[in-house]
Ligand binder design. Structure first.
Ligand code: GLC
Ligand code: CA
Length: 519
């Protein structure tokens, strides 16, 4: 029996997403149900048991809405539908229900900064300067020399302005010319998005990951591309809307900013803007003991009631087993330990749980507009978006049809879910065990974070009174002193339950979680 609301509202400080583990599914690459080489919603439904077994509480789906795919779904042509290649609205409803039955919530990707240039709004806006929707986008007259209005450049290279010749004005696009930026000063745009949020919330979607959240509101004088304070009004508006649902829906921002102060500001006073803001200074930090500084700054800067997010891989930034760990499994285990035991919500990227690395591709494999523009200097984002490696069967368990996968598979014979599930010492078994320890030890979910003094190259912290975590982020065997208790998890061969008494010798890139530590 499905109860009408399987997820009763937690209190503000004890919500499912605080103690839970989130997981990003890049739908096109997760599981293909119909043999066309493209992952789809039915494929994901067929793999929900893997996520349940792993201990995942919420899944964020990369864009599912109809798109001409100039930027693989991040150019949306219809905000309240499902892209035909990925499935139907009925499939999405089924996903929400089937996931819900397994205690897993579904978050969608919302792209409010820009639409596709084929979206009917933009088609109407560009039809004439007098169009009723003209002002839904950001238009400007040519500069004095007839060129672009200013020197802004696109994140994907080239000018951020494209001339619409028939109407003689330029439109703004922070990304591709096929992704015109919306004008968030226009109240009709705000109202249209309220409806979009409601549409999905009404269908039981648990929240949104919000694309380019920090920069949707533009400087009205077009002087700077920096984040505008006006964005906070939009976040507060969405938060009020999300809080109006039972259970409350959540907002997870792609707050792609360099400064932690700015990132922290997107939480508002703590309970009135985003629930969670992705921490890009952490994502882009080196994987060494210096990471502790980013964590200390984050802990210091976030409003008291706010909650950090820890992630290290995604569809833009790369896979951490490659980027941080150079394919070395010991380091991958250590990174997973940090992600899953810091105070905050971990967001794993599909494949992190098997230590999946970035794939080596051929130039003709490239599909990402960034790689297609920048190759050979930069291969773009395809190497981090290759299909999930489920088994060593042909097609990697991702697809079993005749069609080639839309991106080639990586090393699916060397690393896949099926083989790792059968091996209790695999990264997959380890990840699941760690998530289990997180579920078992309440202090790992909500205990305060406090760094403890430790030798160079190591990073040791307490979570609440009952847990300590010690990581050796160096290639040298190192002694950490003053830890007494029982091992709850270890990256190495030390078995859970083993006693530690005062000193722990950590092998290179070894980490342990100790429970009931006495000072
Ligand atoms: C975000 C997405 C990225 C996309 C861009 C433009 O950064 O994560 O994949 O290309 O926005 O929508
Ligand atoms: Ca398919």
């Amino acid at each position: 029996m499905i109860s009408p609301s399987p997820f009763p509202n937690g209190s503000a400080t004890n919500s499912w997403w605080r103690g839970g583990v989130l997981y990003q599914v890049y739908v096109r690459s997760f599981a293909d149900s119909n043999g066309d080489g493209v992952g789809d919603l039915a494929g994901l439904i067929g793999r929900l048991d893997h996520l349940r077994w792993l201990g995942i509480d919420g899944v964020w789906l990369s864009p599912t809405m109809p798109s001409p795919n100039a930027d693989w779904g991040y150019d949306v042509a219809h905000y309240t539908e499902v892209d035909a290649e990925l499935g139907t609205l009925g499939d999405l409803d089924r996903l929400v229900a089937d996931a819900g039955r397994r205690g897993i919530r579904i978050l969608l990707d919302l792209v409010p900064n820009h639409t596709s240039d084929r979206h009917p709004w933009f088609v109407e806006a560009r039809a004439s300067r007098e169009s009723a929707r003209r002002d839904w986008y950001v238009w400007a007259d040519p500069g004095a020399d007839g060129g672009p209005p200013n020197d802004w450049t696109s994140v994907f290279d080239g000018p951020a302005w494209t001339l619409d010749e028939p109407t003689g004005q330029y439109y703004l696009h922070q990304f591709l010319a096929e992704q015109p930026d919306l004008n968030w000063w226009n109240d009709a745009v705000r109202r249209a998005f309220d409806e979009i949020l409601r549409f999905w919330f009404d269908r039981g979607v648990a929240g949104f990951r919000i694309d380019v959240a920090h920069s949707i509101v533009k400087d009205s004088e077009l002087k700077t591309l920096d984040t505008q304070p006006g964005v906070h009004d939009v976040f507060r508006r969405w938060r009020t809307l999300a809080d109006g649902y039972d259970p409350r829906r959540i907002l997870l921002g792609e707050t792609h900013v360099r400064e932690l102060e700015l990132m922290a500001s997107f939480y508002g006073k703590g309970e009135d803007e985003l629930h969670l803001a992705f921490n890009f200074p952490f994502v882009y930090a080196d994987f060494d003991a210096g990471l502790a500084e980013v964590v200390a700054d984050t802990e210091r800067l976030l409003p008291e009631t706010s909650w950090p997010v820890w992630t290290a891989s995604n569809h833009d930034a790369g896979r951490f087993p490659t980027r941080w760990c150079a394919g070395d499994d010991a380091r991958t285990r250590l990174a997973l330990m940090a992600l899953l035991t810091l105070r905050g919500t971990p967001v794993l990227y599909y494949g992190d749980e098997i230590g999946m690395t970035e794939a080596e591709l051929q130039p003709e494999d490239l599909r990402d507009p960034v790689g297609l523009r920048r190759w050979p200097k930069d291969w773009g984002r395809d190497p981090m978006r290759t299909p999930m490696q489920w088994s060593s069967a042909p097609g990697g368990g991702f697809t079993d049809g005749g069609a080639a996968p839309w991106l080639p598979l990586g090393d699916f014979e060397g690393r896949n879910v099926e083989d790792q599930r059968a091996d209790p010492t695999s990264i997959l078994s380890y990840t699941r065990d760690l998530i289990g320890v997180r579920r078992r030890l309440q202090d790992l979910r909500d205990g305060a974070y406090e760094r403890l003094p430790s030798p160079a190259g190591t990073w040791v912290w307490r979570r609440g009174a009952s847990v300590a975590v010690a990581l050796n982020l160096s290639g040298m065997r190192t002694r950490v002193q003053g830890l007494t208790g029982a091992v709850a998890a270890s990256t190495g061969p030390t078995r859970p339950g083993a006693a530690v008494a005062g000193d722990v010798w950590l092998a290179p890139w070894e980490g342990v979680v100790v429970e009931n530590p006495s000072p």
